[in-house]
Design a protein around this ligand. Structure first.
Ligand SMILES: Cc1cc2nc3c(=O)[nH]c(=O)nc-3n(C[C@H](O)[C@H](O)[C@H](O)COP(=O)(O)OP(=O)(O)OC[C@H]3O[C@@H](n4cnc5c(N)ncnc54)[C@H](O)[C@@H]3O)c2cc1C
Ligand code: FES
Length: 323
C-alpha cells in the first residue's frame, strides 16, 4: 500500500485512494473544494517520490517542474513525501472595497488585490475563509475597464463560504485569494466570429466579464447573451445589459425565466431551449457556458447537436464542493 508522509507522520493509503482522501481519512487538514481537479485548492508538493501526470494537469509549468500536484487527482503507486504549498504557489492579499446586493440572493464583492497581475475576465479565483476553507468564484470584472476584481456570490443554504461572504464579510476586511485560474475567457483571435453566452443564476458573473472584455477588445461579430433563472427576481444586471445593447448594435441580451409567465421582453423557458429555438445552426460560433454543472453538461450536448464545435466551447461549471 502506498504511504504518504506529511509533517513527519505516515498515512497508509487504501487501494485506488487519492492522496487527499488518505490524508483527510488519517486526520490531516488539507484544504479542498471541488474534488474534481478544477479549483486547485488541494495543491500540494511532492518532495520525494513521483506523482502521476494526471494529477498535474492544468498546473503552470513552473509549478509542475517543482513537484506540485492536485491531491484530489493523485492516486500514488509508491511512497510519497509531500508538503503544503509554499509562497510560490501562494495566496495573495486582497482588501474588500465594496459589497453590493444584486438581487435577493446574490451580492457583488469588489476586491482590490495589488499583486494579482494579469487576469482574464471569466477566469476564477479561490477566496479563503481561513487556512483550510476556500471556494472558487468567477471574475465578473474586466481588466482595463474595472478598477477592482468583482465576484458575484450566490448565498447557498448553510453554505460555509457563501454564508460567511453574505453575513460576515465587511468592506475594509483583508482576505487571502489565489492566483486567477481557468480557461473560460475571450481571446481576440477572430473578432467577426458570432459569440453565444449562456448562463444561469450567478453564472452571469463570468459572462458579464467576458462580454465587456470582448467589446473592449473590439469584437465586431454578433454577441448573444442568454441569462436564465427560474423567476424574474433571480435575474440581475438587467439595466446594465440593456444599456450594452443600446451602446453596441452587435449585442443581443435575452433574459429568460423558466417557471413563471414572463412579462415585458422576458423570454419563457430554459436558456438553452430559447437559444436553440432562436439561432438556426451554430456551426462556426464560439460558445461560453457558465453556471450549474447539469445545465452546462446538457447545454454542451444540445449546442453540439445544433452544430457548435466542441473545440469552440468554453465552459465554467460551478461544481459543488464536497459537503
Ligand atoms: C470554477 C468555479 C467557479 C465558481 N464560480 C462561482 C460564482 O461566480 N458565483 C457563485 O455564487 N458560485 C460559484 N461557484 C460555486 C462556489 O465555489 C461554491 O461551491 C458555493 O458558493 C457554495 O460554497 P459554500 O461553502 O457556501 O457551501 P458549502 O458549505 O460547500 O455547502 C453547503 C451545502 O450546500 C450544498 N451546495 C453547495 N453548493 C451548492 C449550490 N451551488 N447549489 C445548491 N446547494 C449547494 C452542499 O452540498 C452542502 O450541502 C463556482 C465554483 C467553481 C468550481
Ligand atoms: S482541484 Fe482538488 S479540490 Fe479542487
Amino acid at each position: 500500500m502506498p504511504e504518504i508522509l506529511l509533517d513527519d507522520k505516515a498515512y497508509t493509503g487504501a487501494d485506488g485512494e487519492t492522496v487527499l482522501d488518505t490524508l483527510t481519512r488519517g486526520g490531516a487538514t488539507v484544504p479542498s473544494s471541488c474534488r474534481s481537479g478544477v479549483c486547485q485548492t488541494c495543491l500540494m508538493r511532492a518532495v520525494e517520490g513521483s506523482v502521476p501526470a494526471a494529477s498535474q494537469k492544468g498546473l503552470k509549468d513552473t509549478l509542475r517542474a517543482r513537484g506540485y500536484f492536485l491531491a484530489c487527482q493523485c492516486t500514488p503507486t509508491g511512497t510519497l513525501r509531500v508538503e503544503r504549498p509554499g509562497a510560490e504557489a501562494g495566496r495573495l492579499a486582497a482588501t474588500v472595497r465594496a459589497i453590493t446586493p444584486l438581487n435577493r440572493e446574490i451580492v457583488s464583492v469588489d476586491l482590490e488585490c495589488l499583486d494579482m497581475g494579469d487576469y482574464r475576465a471569466g477566469q476564477f479565483i479561490n477566496i479563503f475563509k481561513d487556512d483550510t476553507l476556500s471556494r472558487s468564484y468567477s471574475l465578473a470584472s474586466t481588466p482595463g475597464v474595472d478598477p477592482h476584481l468583482t465576484l458575484h456570490v450566490r448565498k447557498v443554504a448553510a453554505g460555509r463560504v457563501s454564508g460567511w461572504i453574505h453575513e460576515a464579510l465587511q468592506v475594509g476586511d483583508r482576505v487571502a485569494v489565489s492566483q486567477p485560474l481557468g480557461e473560460c475567457f475571450y481571446l481576440p483571435s477572430n473578432p467577426e466570429q458570432p459569440l453565444l453566452l449562456l448562463g444561469t443564476g450567478s453564472g452571469l458573473a463570468p459572462l458579464y466579464g467576458i462580454i465587456r472584455d470582448a467589446l473592449h477588445l473590439g469584437h465586431r461579430g454578433p454577441i448573444h447573451l442568454y441569462h436564465g433563472s427560474s423567476h424574474r427576481d433571480g435575474l440581475y444586471l438587467i439595466d446594465e445589459l440593456r444599456t450594452l445593447t443600446h451602446e453596441h448594435a452587435n449585442v443581443h441580451y435575452h433574459p429568460c425565466v423558466s417557471r413563471e409567465e414572463p412579462s415585458g421582453d422576458l423570454r419563457r423557458g430554459r436558456v438553452v431551449d430559447v437559444a436553440v429555438g432562436d439561432l438556426t445552426g451554430l456551426a462556426g460560433w464560439r460558445v461560453f457556458l457558465c453556471g450549474h454543472p447539469d445545465m452546462v453538461q446538457s447545454a454542451k450536448k444540445r449546442l453540439y447537436l445544433a452544430g457548435a464545435s466542441l473545440k469552440d466551447m468554453y465552459a465554467d461549471a460551478f461544481i459543488r464542493s464536497a459537503a
